[in-house]
Design a binder for this molecule. Structure first.
Ligand code: NAD
Length: 395
């Protein structure tokens, strides 16, 4: 795309990275200090935007990478946001609700100077949910002295969350997979699907693609995976996970590892867990016709080349999971205008935006003869470059 090297130089670096120490009095009476971070990558179009991840292995480099992806993602779907990401190094599975609430509120307090409805609007990510977003909203509002729902998205409906937000990322993933399937003349009815990760993104992706008549033959979580060639009902699997803590052990299925799940002979693979799952090492064994990246960064650049050569159609994360930030944007607009839209209105707008973004990327994919990820980067960087050039460099 002949990107101006000055713009590349600019975009290689996040604008701001804040690392904070978060003392929390744990239930046992002792104080534990956690590390939190918020990285703001670039904001040429509008406020920074991105999720907050709670994970024992989260680190600054990962958060920086995720922030850059957010800048690119918002540009692919053309919404007026920049990119950001946050993280706290912690293991939420070993913490009580009380400890998580104190941690979330302290983090909000520590990053308060750099977030805000017109500065930076956080959202959920791995191991954070509506509950944490409500705490962020409350803490920020208490400090301001009035309700500021537009400071964070992915909130519960009762406090200004948008209808359709919970399923939005997955709905977008499934829309882009459907569009890819049309181009490949693959019928979604009866198509076999494997989903890695059974959290917010993976679960709803399984439910929504099953509505097209696809068969969910395998799902997994951090404990491992399950497989049944005749398909499982994702809602029943979730009931089992809620009772036992994992999808593993769901009746009538064979236990498989996360690595085995990726290599199953399926039509569609949806990685919806974490980064770096499809690598140079396992990419030659991927049999899926379509990989729809619900997760951020599941495929390494080396694996990308192998999949492309082998004719696997990858719908890249910055397009496939952009439905979440798209409906987050709608939530923010509803909050700013103090309106609430119907679920149909939200889903219709999401459908339009995702299909338009898919078509724009697909057009570049055909014209430039590059894989879909490069095509998506081209679409995004054209938009970002135009905005950066128009605004110029301060001072
Ligand atoms: P989540 O916490 O709701 O779910 C994560 C799931 O992954 C859980 O089922 C967990 O058990 C599983 N998991 C964790 N480690 C695993 C491993 N090593 N192997 C297999 N499974 C593992 O998180 P989420 O919000 O669904 O996010 C999943 C991915 O989607 C992340 O990459 C995230 O950045 C991306 N994403 C999320 C959103 C959103 O709106 N939530 C939007 C865009 C992208």
């Amino acid at each position: 795309m002949n990107l101006n090297p000055d713009i590349l130089e600019l975009l290689k670096n996040p604008k701001r990275a804040l690392v904070v120490s978060l003392p929390v009095r744990m239930d046992n009476g002792r104080i534990k200090v956690f590390t939190g971070m918020r990285v703001q990558h670039w904001d040429a179009f509008g406020p920074f935007k991105g999720g907050i991840r709670y994970h024992p292995q989260v680190c600054l480099d990962e958060v920086k990478a995720l922030a850059i992806w957010m800048s690119i993602k918002t540009a692919v779907v053309g919404i007026p946001y920049g990119g950001a990401k946050g993280g706290i190094i912690c293991n939420p599975k070993e913490m009580s609700v009380n400890e998580l609430e104190h941690l979330t509120r302290r983090f909000t307090h520590e990053i308060m100077d750099i977030i805000g409805p017109y500065r930076d609007v956080p959202a959920p990510d791995v191991y954070t949910s509506e509950r944490e977003m409500a705490w962020i909203y409350d803490t920020y509002s208490e400090a301001q002295g009035y309700a500021v729902p537009e400071v964070v998205t992915g909130k519960p409906i009762s406090v200004g969350g948008s209808l359709g937000r919970r399923e939005a990322t997955s709905r977008g993933t499934v829309i882009t997979i459907r569009e890819a399937a049309k181009r490949l003349k693959l019928n979604l009815k009866g198509a076999s699907v494997a989903v890695q990760g059974f959290g917010n993104v993976g679960y709803y992706a399984a439910v929504l693609i099953a509505e097209y008549g696809s068969k969910i033959v395998a799902v997994s979580d951090s404990q491992g995976g399950i497989y049944n060639p005749d398909g499982v009902n994702p809602k029943k699997v979730m009931e089992h996970k809620n009772k036992t803590g994992s999808v593993v052990g769901y009746p009538g299925t064979k236990q498989i590892s996360n690595a085995e799940l990726l290599e199953l002979d399926v039509d569609i693979l949806i990685p919806a867990a974490l980064e770096n799952q499809l690598l140079a090492e396992n990419a030659p064994r991927i049999k899926a016709k379509i990989v729809g990246e619900g997760a951020n960064g599941p495929t390494t650049p080396e694996a990308d080349e192998i999949l492309y050569k082998n004719g696997v159609f990858v719908v890249p994360d910055i397009l496939a999971n952009a439905g979440g930030v798209t409906v987050s944007y709608m939530e923010w607009v509803q909050n700013l205008t103090r309106e609430s839209w119907s679920e149909d209105e939200v889903n219709t707008k999401l459908e339009q935006r995702m299909v338009q973004a898919f078509n724009e990327v697909y057009q570049v994919y055909q014209q430039e003869k590059v894989h879909m990820r490069t095509a998506a980067y081209i679409v995004a960087f054209r938009r970002i470059a135009e905005a950066v050039e128009a605004r110029g460099i301060f001072p």
